[in-house]
Every structure is written in structure tokens, then in C-alpha cells.
Design a protein. Structure first.
Length: 342
């Protein structure tokens, strides 16, 4: 890590779920630590037991001092995971056997990314792996030359295929495989935009007030599911469903769940509209039923360290923790989800 990154970015290192000031102190304390000792995964967890999870274990550790704060995950059918590492600006591939390979590092801004809205450091955020074998990643830098949607194709250097507003923070990324469009949430501007897989100029899709922040970060995680774009709002603690109308028009947002402080990313379990969601500051993963009620299924006792993203492959659950404020063991946790009838 460069001296510039340590001095400037550590002042505001934060996750998309917590205040910059708190995160800064935690990141600085991590920098001062001579070594990291990882706690052994717990033998069991009350939260996991109540939420019908089993075989909870941490399978991957990341280097916090190098800025490897896992932010978002995309899973392949074979269990290969593609992960954005926020502050190191990296895209990593993790094989089913647990081997990690850095596929690409996005270019550093000339000013160190100090103009990145709210956060003050450049970061790789949302990620999607598409049928064309390319990986699509969002990058926020505060600069017009680098902020945008990037394509990482096998054997090729990363390429920006769509410029996004430098005064925004592109965060959540979702692919509609039918229309071959990518949906992009902006946590600062409170918008959703669309870009074709081929790239090009973004089109503003929704500016609904439900997407706005209340002072920090608003629209966050995004998924296309059952004819709608589902979006979390971190500041408001809500899960939204926005119908995708004819002609790719945005419908009126429907609030499907509330009271979810620090909600970041989410994934559908395969049972209707039921989801698992990460609550970053509270260090929880919750199971949200279609009626909006939620139950904690993982917590800090299981090894969560500011969970940022969750994905499922069948009944196998993958959860990333960035340790932005805990400053302990950014990791990938896996577990088995029970109680599903597919």
C-alpha cells in the first residue's frame, strides 16, 4: 500500500454501511497492528441454529492492510466466486478449492481518489459475471476519467465501457439476462441507471425518492427477480421492489421490508420472494420473509466482520465480510441453508 493511500484514504475508509469517521479509526488501528490472528470459527451459533443454517465456517481470509476489503460477490454454477476487493481496487477469482487469483487491478486515480463522494477513496463495488464470460465491475473514484462500469474479459486488460457521474457513487450492479441490460444503483445520487452489456451511455431509469439517502448512502444492493428490480436503501433500512414495465420503464417502488438498519446486499433463497440480506453495522445476516418479517441467521459469533454481500448456490450460502470498522479478519464465510423446498 502506498504512503498516499495510507495517509489519505485511511482518514475516510468506510463501508457503504457505516460512517467514514468510525471506519477511519478502525482502519488505522488495523494498520498499526503488527500481525493478524484469526479466531477459530465457532463450533455452533445460536443465530445459525434458529435460522436453519449449518456447517458455518470461514473459508477465506483477506489482507486488510493491503486494502482487500471484500465488497461484492458473483457466483458461477460450479462454485467459482468473483469478488471485488474495495480499497485495493482488485477483482479476485476464488476457486471451489479455495485458491485465490487476482484477475485485475483497476487503475489508480492521479489524486488518490480523495474526491470520491462521501468516502474519499477509490473503490471497486458491484460485480456481475455475464454469459459472455466477462466480469462487469463498478468503480467509484470521484473523477470523470475513471468512474464508471468496467469490463474485465479473460486475457484482456480492464476497460471502462460506460462513464458514470463523477459526483456519484455507483454501488449495486444487477444483470437482466433477458434484456441484456445492467442496472446500476448510485448510493449518493439516489438513482438507478441502465447500461447495455455492450456498454455505452447510461440511461437514468429511476429517481424515485425511495432511493435517496438521508445523509449518508441510499440505494445500494440490486437484483433482478420476478419481473422487477429489487434494491436496498442503506440509510432508510428498506428493501424495495421496482416493477420493470413494458419498454423497460420503471414502475412505482414498493417497500417490501423495513427496519433493516445497515442493510447492504441481499440474495434470493429460491423460495419465492424470500431473501437473505447483510446488515453491515449490526454484523448480521437476516432472513427476510415475503411478508417483510426478518430473523437473524448469522451474527458476529459466527465470524461476521461487517458483512457486505451474500450469494447462494443451491443451498450453499456465501457471505463476504469487509471488516471496515471491526478491523479484524475480512473474510468469506460459507454455510448450508435448510428449510427450502425447490
Amino acid at each position: 500500500m502506498s504512503h498516499r493511500f495510507t495517509r489519505r484514504s485511511s482518514k475516510v475508509i468506510t463501508t457503504v454501511a457505516l460512517t467514514a469517521a468510525t471506519a477511519s479509526a478502525a482502519f488505522l488501528s488495523a494498520q498499526a497492528a503488527p500481525a493478524t490472528t484469526y479466531p477459530a470459527p465457532p463450533a455452533h451459533s445460536t443465530a445459525a441454529h434458529l435460522g436453519h443454517l449449518s456447517d458455518v465456517r470461514i473459508t477465506q481470509h483477506f489482507d486488510l492492510a493491503a486494502g482487500q476489503m471484500p465488497e461484492n460477490i458473483a457466483l458461477l454454477p460450479d462454485g467459482t466466486a468473483y469478488v471485488t476487493l474495495a480499497a485495493s481496487r482488485q477483482i479476485a477469482q476464488i476457486t471451489p478449492r479455495g485458491n485465490t487469483r487476482i484477475l485485475a487491478t483497476l487503475p489508480a486515480p492521479a489524486d488518490g481518489g480523495v474526491k470520491t463522494p462521501v468516502l474519499g477513496f477509490p473503490l471497486a463495488t458491484g460485480i456481475v459475471h455475464a454469459p459472455d464470460a466477462a466480469t462487469y465491475v463498478l468503480y467509484a473514484t470521484g473523477g470523470a476519467d475513471l468512474t464508471g462500469l468496467w469490463r474485465v474479459a479473460p486475457g484482456k486488460a480492464p476497460k471502462r465501457i460506460s462513464a458514470l457521474p463523477a459526483n456519484g457513487l455507483p454501488n449495486g450492479l444487477a444483470l437482466d439476462r433477458h434484456s441484456k441490460r445492467l442496472y446500476i444503483t448510485d448510493s449518493v445520487l439516489g438513482t438507478v441507471s441502465t447500461v447495455p452489456l455492450s456498454g455505452g451511455r447510461p440511461t437514468t431509469w429511476s429517481t424515485a425518492p425511495e432511493l435517496a439517502s438521508t445523509g449518508f448512502l441510499g440505494a445500494n444492493g440490486a437484483k433482478v427477480h420476478d419481473g422487477a428490480l429489487w434494491v436496498t436503501n442503506l440509510d432508510k433500512g428498506t428493501l424495495l421492489r421496482i416493477p420493470i414495465r413494458h419498454g423497460n420503464r420503471a414502475g412505482v417502488p414498493q417497500v417490501k421490508a423495513t427496519g433493516l438498519a445497515g442493510i447492504d446486499d441481499f440474495a434470493f433463497t429460491g423460495r419465492g420472494n424470500e431473501v437473505l440480506a447483510t446488515l453491515n453495522a449490526p454484523n448480521k445476516v437476516v432472513r427476510i420473509k415475503p411478508n417483510g418479517t426478518s430473523t437473524t441467521v448469522l451474527d458476529a459469533g459466527d465470524g461476521l466482520q461487517n458483512p457486505t454481500s451474500v450469494a447462494l448456490r443451491g443451498k450453499e450460502v456465501y457471505v463476504l465480510s469487509a471488516a471496515y470498522t471491526t478491523a479484524k479478519d475480512p473474510n468469506l464465510l460459507r454455510a448450508r441453508l435448510h428449510g427450502l423446498h425447490r
